[in-house]
Design a protein around this ligand. Structure first.
Ligand SMILES: Cc1ncc(COP(=O)(O)O)c(C=O)c1O
Length: 378
């Protein structure tokens, strides 16, 4: 067992820097002037990262990413509105579940988990159904790791005169979404993914004019973005107890993100992590679910090896004992597992993870990670 914390090769919560963790070793009053300034800076920086300065505002919320997605749907889709949800994985399906709870009218357009959303099909669905006012899409569907073509989807939604809502949870901070080029009314993300903070904070980056029109829409008090925004603008404070330690750690994480070169720098490190991982796993015989052109540098899905000696539990435990935490699969289309490339990890950690994979395979007596059954006598 290594003497360090485990390295989290997962889609988050993920490995954070020592300095991000250390930022939490203080107590702050929620009405403290310094804490209020941190909140202001955090909100401004998140808007800047989305290219939204001047037209967008950031509304943070207590809770995990799902809270932010739920708040976004509950506020932006009016009680009598109709939403088109583009689904190619579990997080798209979750948006439909939220609409069921909130009794919002919606239609689902669905693709298999290994297929990207098709903008032409979105254009057709919008042309056929004039009652649809908003479209919701997941940028990187973490279920498989697929990157949806956000710019193309945004273009067809804008052309049809509808509004776009984005779940950018697992990509924001590493894959650019610039509001000056991609038209969206709201984008939800959280502290504990590519921005490398600790869990506990979600946020929605909202086009200010569109947010201003959501008064009275939310079926939830604690998730009412309009109310939260108004209170923050007036007092600089949170309506209800803020996740203070998480926020100060996030402020530190945002400084480290900027020091790394912002979205470009963070994206570069993750792409390199992903390349090392995929090449190394392929050398060991593993196959990725997705072709490289559809793969986001966030989390990679691998097919389960065909060798009967391969048992996922043993594989998982063997890696865990060596200090690497991976993730089970979440697919319905194939038996699989996932390895993440995000968090405070770089080339050396990815190489070490590959060495651990090889060692555990050796222990299990698995010669290849190939998902293909070997021909008899081969
Ligand atoms: C794309 C996407 N949306 C939503 C969520 C939900 O976030 P949380 O688990 O923080 O509620 C996740 C979590 O991994 C995600 O990847």
């Amino acid at each position: 067992m290594p003497s360090r914390d485990p390295w989290l090769l997962t889609p988050g919560p993920l490995t954070t820097s020592a300095t991000v963790k250390a930022a939490m070793l203080h107590d702050w009053g929620s009405r403290d002037r310094a804490f209020i300034a941190i909140n202001r800076h955090m909100r401004q920086r998140l808007v800047e990262l989305a290219g939204g300065a001047g037209r967008y505002v950031c509304v943070p919320l207590q809770g995990s990413g799902t809270f932010a997605v739920e708040a976004m749907l509950g506020c932006f889709v009016a009680p009598k509105g109709r939403l088109l949800i583009l689904v190619n994985g579990a997080y798209g399906k979750r948006m439909a579940r939220i609409c069921d709870y909130y009794r919002r009218d919606y239609k689902v357009l669905e693709w298999a988990e290994d297929r990207p959303v098709d903008p032409a099909a979105v254009a057709k669905a919008l042309a056929e159904d004039p009652a649809i006012g908003h479209v919701a899409v997941v940028h990187c569907e973490t279920t498989s790791g697929i990157l949806n073509p956000l710019a193309e989807i945004a273009a067809v939604v804008a052309k049809a005169g509808r509004r776009l809502l984005v779940d950018a949870m697992s990509a924001f901070g590493a894959i650019a979404v610039d509001a000056r080029e991609i038209a969206f009314d709201a984008l939800a993300a959280s502290s504990n993914k590519c921005l490398e903070g600790v869990p506990g904070l979600g946020f929605v980056i909202c086009r200010e004019e569109a947010l201003g029109a959501t008064k009275g829409h939310s079926p939830s008090l604690s998730l009412d973005l309009f109310d939260q925004w108004q209170a923050m603008e007036k007092t600089g404070q949170w309506r209800f107890t803020p996740p203070i330690h998480c926020i100060v750690a996030f402020d530190q994480a945002l400084k480290e993100h900027e020091a790394e070169g912002g979205i470009a720098g963070r994206g570069r490190r993750y792409r390199e992590n992903c390349r090392i991982l995929v090449e190394g796993m392929r050398r060991l015989g593993f196959e990725t679910l997705l072709p490289d052109r559809l793969q986001a540098p966030i989390i990679v899905t691998f097919h389960m090896p065909a060798d009967p000696k391969f048992a996922f539990e043993t594989f998982y435990d063997g890696l865990s004992e060596r200090g690497f935490v991976i993730y089970p699969g979440k697919l319905t289309v194939a038996d699989s597992f996932r390895i993440g490339c995000i968090g405070r990890l770089g080339a050396a950690e990815m190489q070490a993870a590959l060495a651990a994979v090889e060692a555990v395979m050796g222990e299990m007596g698995v010669a290849s990670g190939s998902p293909r059954k070997r021909a008899a006598g081969a």
